[in-house]
Design a protein around this ligand. Structure first.
Ligand SMILES: Cc1cc2nc3c(=O)[nH]c(=O)nc-3n(C[C@H](O)[C@H](O)[C@H](O)COP(=O)(O)OP(=O)(O)OC[C@H]3O[C@@H](n4cnc5c(N)ncnc54)[C@H](O)[C@@H]3O)c2cc1C
Length: 275
């Protein structure tokens, strides 16, 4: 079955094509899609390569940051203003992969991939979508977790950009645990964001990768930390909550049991570093 690759200059026009043709998919850097094409995946028939400059645009100077979905890991790593994203971006494959791999593609990567998506989830990122919205709703943004809650079979929306507030110094920590360090596929990926006020945790967001097929938030674990000072007792309470809330998946890299142990261990390490 031939695969048709089309170039499109306009993002919203591409969104309309995607809405009208269930066989069409957007092509980012192609590091996930092209190996599928080469393996003869018959589900891939029409790929849209979008050259709209809006996808490559970054606004990083102010308190609110916008990053286009077509920005690559290498572009992120070249931006000192995005240093808080570097621990995740540098984990994505080797240099050749990072030159091609886009932020948009990372949002739709299934476990064991999606490292940057986990960090963006902990940071409370919002996404703006292309097409279908004009008038007052045009600037609407959705929390990033809306993407991850969708079934993996559901048709993905076309992401225009992500938007996030610049975190304060020390607010966020990211750890990736892989069998081959530093850049193998993740056994578990963790990102923790803690907003502290008057010595107490006002807001916590804990995101995990590898546990489910898509990045997930441990809302119950975060709740055990909120309102408390970050102490050894609070950390033990939070770690004990991990397996009450989550049921880690098993695959060829690790059993669910091992993933659960590693998630607790790395959460403890991150929180101790943040004390
Ligand atoms: C050798 C190797 C090592 C890797 N290592 C890692 C790793 O360590 N960590 C990691 O996280 N990933 C890793 N990956 C996976 C992959 O490179 C990254 O996840 C990358 O960010 C995917 O982006 P892409 O642009 O290449 O995606 P593509 O292959 O272009 O697309 C992937 C999916 O995202 C969709 N998509 C792309 N852009 C958009 C958009 N704007 N809106 C909606 N949907 C969109 C596509 O339609 C497709 O379904 C690795 C891949 C390889 C081949």
């Amino acid at each position: 079955m031939p695969v048709k690759i089309e170039s499109m200059a306009d993002l919203d026009a591409a969104a309309q094509v995607l809405a009208g043709d269930k066989t069409a998919q957007v092509l980012g850097g192609g590091t996930i899609l092209m190996p599928r094409v080469n393996a003869g995946d018959v589900a891939l028939r029409r790929l849209l390569r979008i050259s709209d400059p809006v996808l490559r645009k970054m606004t990083v100077g102010g308190p609110e940051i916008t990053i286009g979905a077509g920005v690559s890991m290498a572009d992120i790593l070249a931006q000192q203003g995005l240093a808080f994203l570097h621990p995740a971006a540098v984990c994505v494959g080797g240099p050749a992969i990072r030159n091609m791999a886009t932020l948009g593609g990372n949002l739709f990567a299934k476990a064991p991939y999606g490292d940057l998506a986990v960090l963006l989830l902990a940071l409370g990122t919002e996404v703006s979508l292309a097409g279908g919205r004009t008038g007052p709703g045009a600037a609407r943004r959705d929390p990033i977790e809306v993407l991850f809650r969708q079934s993996t079979d559901a048709r993905a929306p076309l992401v225009r950009a992500v938007h996030l507030a610049r975190p304060k110094a020390g607010q966020v920590q990211f750890h990736k645990m892989a069998r081959t360090n530093p850049r193998g596929p993740a056994v578990v990926t963790l990102a923790v964001s803690l907003e502290v006020s008057a010595g107490r945790i006002a807001k916590a967001r804990i995101a995990l990768g590898g546990i489910e097929t898509r990045p997930c938030l441990a809302v119950g674990v975060a709740r055990t930390l909120e309102g408390a000072a970050l102490s050894e007792a609070a950390i033990t309470r939070a770690c004990a909550e991990v397996l009450r809330e989550l049921t880690p998946r098993s695959d060829a890299l690790a059993s669910g049991w091992y993933r659960g142990e590693m998630a607790q261990l790395h959460l403890r390490r991150i929180l101790q570093q943040m004390m």
